[in-house]
Design a protein. Structure first.
Ligand SMILES: [Zn+2]
Ligand SMILES: [Zn+2]
Length: 344
């Protein structure tokens, strides 16, 4: 049979789009702990930034820390091997961190994920998983009935979300850290660390250790010294950051034009985030090699500039920091101490 050029072009375009992710994966890289920032904004819309999501590849599997809205599309557009996803670690149940869980679950199942997707996190993830399983029941039924024939298998059971609530100890250890090993697989250990995002509680950070390389994802928190303790010796700390001066500026501006409701809601948020300067202080205390600032809620503001956002950070004396960008990759090859930045 002769295949026309046009047909080939259409097929390769589809593969590029990731709709055939299960059979269109990029070649396996050398053994490493690899991070891809799949969403770097906060709850407000920011052009070119999805809501919070960090993808981590280790031991031939993909793991996510949070899956905010628009992040699932990023992962597919970059041809990430989503069918190999084992678990999504949820930092806390704010909507900006979970918005794309249903969509990602469906997409990774259709791409060929062979088993249920584990949803690991604080109490409440069991309701999240059960609710989405119920809400997506008809969709999964339609797709199963329509697409499962011949060699194509689309078992309903593999498309389910399966919750695992982390049994976090009630009290901190001798170092003042509340933590629990949440996952061990193929050389990867994931430790959940309690952070402080009150009144939202509990809220967790996650530390990924793989064959001597390590990365910590803070989730949402105020400057929290136990997180510095738990991040000791890590290669990379991916920390949330909010410039409270900018937030107050925006809140005041909204009040001046009569937008009292949004002014009040934004004003509330200064109490439960970390400033860029404070994040650098945590990175310095922890002695990590690299800090990446993410959850950049303010990146969509007309007066946002990286310089204004990070004002005062140089005085901390921790020069190895960067602002996160959607598609940024951080590769930590096993057997060395190299930190390789790239961009999707
Ligand atoms: Zn958030
Ligand atoms: Zn939050």
């Amino acid at each position: 049979m002769k295949i026309s050029r046009r047909v080939l072009a259409a097929a390769s375009a589809l593969l590029m789009l990731g709709s055939g992710a299960a059979f269109a994966q990029a070649p396996a890289p050398a053994d490493s702990l690899k991070v891809t920032l799949c969403g770097t904004s906060g709850p407000l819309p920011v052009r070119d930034r999805a809501k919070p999501c960090v993808a981590i590849q280790a031991g031939g599997s993909l793991y996510l820390v949070d899956i905010g809205s628009e992040a699932s599309e990023n992962l597919q557009l970059w041809r990430m091997p989503i069918a190999t996803t084992r678990a999504v670690f949820i930092t806390h149940l704010h909507s900006d961190h979970i918005g794309d869980l249903g969509e990602f679950n469906m997409q990774s199942w259709v791409a060929g994920r062979p088993a249920p997707l584990q949803v690991v996190g604080p109490p409440g993830v069991e309701h999240l998983a059960a609710g989405l399983n119920e809400a997506y029941g008809p969709d999964h039924g339609f797709r199963h009935a329509h697409h499962e024939h011949g060699a194509v298998k689309l078992p309903i059971a593999a498309g389910l979300l399966q919750a695992r609530v982390i049994p976090m100890p009630a009290k901190p250890d001798a170092q003042g850290v509340q933590s629990h090993v949440a996952w061990r697989q193929d050389g990867l250990t994931v430790t959940a660390i309690a952070v402080n995002h009150k009144p939202v509680a509990p809220a967790y950070a996650y530390r990924f250790d793989y064959k001597g390389r390590s990365v910590v994802v803070s989730g949402d928190t105020i400057k929290w010294l136990p997180l510095a303790t738990a991040s000791k010796g890590a290669d990379v700390l991916i920390h949330e950051a909010q410039n409270n001066g900018m937030t107050r500026q925006l809140s005041d501006g909204l009040a001046m034009i009569g937008q009292d409701r949004m002014s009040s809601i934004l004003g509330d948020t200064v109490s439960y985030h970390t400033t860029p300067v404070e994040a650098a202080e945590i990175a310095k205390l922890a002695g990590v090699k690299q800090l990446v600032l993410t959850h950049l809620t303010q990146a969509g503001l007309p007066f946002f500039t990286p310089e204004a956002f990070t004002k005062g950070i140089d005085a901390v004396g921790f020069p190895n920091w960067r602002l996160a960008k959607d598609g940024m990759t951080i590769d930590l090859p096993v057997g060395g101490d190299e930190i390789r930045f790239g961009q999707n």
